[in-house]
Write a protein that binds this ligand. Structure first.
Ligand SMILES: [Zn+2]
Length: 332
């Protein structure tokens, strides 16, 4: 039996050593990490800085992130002020690795809410995602020319998947009545999506999650729900859903489901890859706005668990009180 254990441990150690031998690609966020994995295949290791579920707008890097960056061979970032903290992190890591901005060549949407700021969420448009993956492929070929054929083949295959999904979304969104093509979410992450696929965007916050929603934004969104008879509004995986829930309670618009904007979903979710994330968002949006389908969302479950906890505590207090009274009656 001991031999079996020794064999298994040796296998794991050799696998780890093998993994460490591979050059490492570092991506700032999960969407870019997934794109890199699709282009690299098994040739390079891919790691990311902001973990799945984290909010890259307000992320605070840790010392282990600095170590991660300093051990990376190439770093991919979104740019357009998405990762405001990345410059300091790279400087602290004293990394000599090339830093590639994957939005290079994209004409960004300017935000009318905040002057002189570019909207960073260009990955929400699958046509622009072609620029992302081309920049990734070109940078990898420049750094590792001996793998050019492999990178090129992976790129071609991935590009086809992205084009197919782009066509799918274009045709799916047309199923929503023109009047109800309004997407109401927490922060303004869907402007590129709306522009490409023909949906009007109404967000509570601006293009970053750093600012809080103002009362005027809440009134504006509530008025649109009423005027356009919007059947559903949406929460986002990386943002506290409290405000969206409050607007849903006040306006009667249902919470259509959870959308993923600034992070992929967990591995067991149907938004675990960049492609799956965009498909998930589209299916949730089209389902809720065209067919009134409502997805079970986490906030309901959380609320229920909190309720059960409260009921449990009340029951304990009641039983305790009854026992105390019973003991007093027995004594008298
Ligand atoms: Zn965002």
């Amino acid at each position: 039996m001991n031999r079996v254990y020794t064999f298994i441990i040796c296998c794991i150690l050799s696998l780890q050593l093998h993994a460490q031998e591979k050059p490492t690609v570092i991506a700032s966020c999960s969407m870019i990490a997934d794109m890199c994995k699709n282009i690299c295949g098994d040739i390079l290791a891919v790691d990311m800085i902001v973990p799945v579920g984290g909010d890259p707008h307000i992320y605070e890097p840790t010392p282990s992130d600095a170590r991660k960056v300093s051990s990376g061979d190439i770093v991919f970032i979104n740019g357009l002020t998405f990762e405001g903290w990345i410059g300091d992190l790279i400087e602290n890591a004293a990394s000599k690795a090339p830093v590639v901005t994957v939005t290079e060549g994209i004409e960004p949407i300017r935000s009318d809410k905040y002057q002189n700021s570019a909207d960073p969420h260009a990955w929400m448009d699958l046509e622009l995602a072609q620029t992302y993956i081309l920049n990734i492929k070109d940078a990898l070929v420049a750094l590792y020319p001996k793998y050019e054929n492999e990178f090129e083949q992976n790129y071609q295959r991935y590009q086809k998947q992205i084009k197919d999904l782009d066509q799918y979304i274009l045709s799916e969104v047309k199923k929503i009545d023109q009047q109800k093509r309004v997407l109401i979410t927490s922060h303004d992450a869907f402007a590129y999506y709306g522009k490409r696929y023909g949906i009007q965007l109404e967000a509570l916050m601006g293009i970053s999650t750093e600012s809080d929603a103002r009362t005027s934004d809440i009134i504006r969104v509530s008025r649109i729900i009423k005027e356009r008879k919007v059947p559903a509004i949406f929460i986002e995986s990386t943002i506290n859903p409290k405000l969206i829930k409050q607007i849903s309670d006040d306006s009667g618009a249902k919470i259509g489901g959870e959308l993923f904007a600034d992070s992929l979903g967990e591995e067991d979710s149907d938004a675990d890859t960049y492609i799956n994330m965009l498909k998930h968002n589209t299916d949730v949006i089209v389902g809720a706005l065209s067919r009134g389908e409502i997805q079970e969302t986490k906030i309901d479950a959380d609320d229920q668990s909190q309720n059960w906890l409260l009921y449990g505590l009340l029951a304990l207090l009641l039983i305790g009180g009854l026992l105390f009274m019973a003991s007093r009656i027995n004594k008298t």
